[in-house]
Design a protein. Structure first.
Length: 256
């Protein structure tokens, strides 16, 4: 598993292939709250790009050193430093949930390497229930299990549900509190229409955290956008329906 040292901190990531031409277009995935590179395993293994398919682990997640952050802008800065450290010249940036907020932030403060974006389980504003934020401090085990369940649809395979409960059960509640606080303060309702790069928007039909209407709003506001709604899937649509998700993502990047 490759790693980089950025500002004296270890940053983990996945890459397929590991050795590639950084001048060619690369697909870079950004996970959501409490996530890591394994959230994108089916995409790392199933998608093809001229450069590589990569999945970054934000600070405090996976193999990346803590602490995490509590603002989207700070997480976006880490993504930008990662891209610069690897030397990527042409990037399609795709983020889920918190990752989608980071992706929107970068698209609204565009870098020369950004050619297109993908917003998964997204919203131009990502309010979090106060009870969830309080629960992560007062009753973290209960809050983490609720978060795991809310990320998935009712038709989710039992094996994935067990895996997500186990993953969140082992997570640091303070890291996730920071992630969700970043989401809670994120609001680009008034500026999201300024995103000018080609944009793929994907949402699970049963997403209860960022309902389909959020994605429809984004599609209405972002001029060069297309919307894909995947049935029988919740917030983590790329994990629940990887084949459908990968088909949509591959069509998008092939059409750029």
């Amino acid at each position: 598993m490759p790693e980089l040292i950025i500002q004296d901190r270890r940053i983990g990531y996945g890459s397929n292939p590991i050795d590639f031409d950084a001048s060619k277009t690369t697909l870079l995935f950004i996970h959501g709250s409490g996530g890591d590179r394994e959230d994108w395993r089916a995409q790392l293994d199933g998608l093809k790009m001229p450069g590589a398919v990569m999945a970054l682990e934000l600070p405090g997640h996976g193999k990346s050193d803590p602490p995490g952050e509590d603002s989207v802008s700070m997480y976006a800065h880490w993504v930008e430093m990662f891209v610069e450290s690897v030397g990527l010249k042409s990037v399609v940036l795709i983020g889920c949930s918190l990752g989608s907020a980071i992706t929107q932030w970068i698209a609204l403060h565009p870098q020369p390497w950004l050619v297109a974006i993908g917003l998964i389980g997204a919203g131009a504003r990502l309010r979090v229930y106060p009870s969830m934020l309080e629960g992560l401090i007062q009753e973290p085990t209960k809050a983490l299990q609720a978060l795991a369940d809310n990320c998935l649809s009712t038709s989710c395979p039992d094996s994935l549900r067990r895996s997500m409960r186990e993953k969140y059960g082992k997570s640091d509640p303070l890291i996730i509190h920071g992630d969700l606080s970043a989401c809670d303060h994120f609001d680009v309702i008034e500026s999201v229409h300024e995103i000018s790069v080609p944009t793929l928007i994907v949402v699970g039909q049963e997403d209860v955290l960022t309902p389909v209407k959020y994605s429809k709003f984004l599609t209405d506001k972002i001029k060069r956008s297309s919307l894909v709604v995947i049935p029988n899937a919740g917030h983590l649509v790329m994990m629940e329906r990887p084949d459908d998700f990968n088909s949509a993502a591959q069509r998008f990047v092939n059409g750029l």
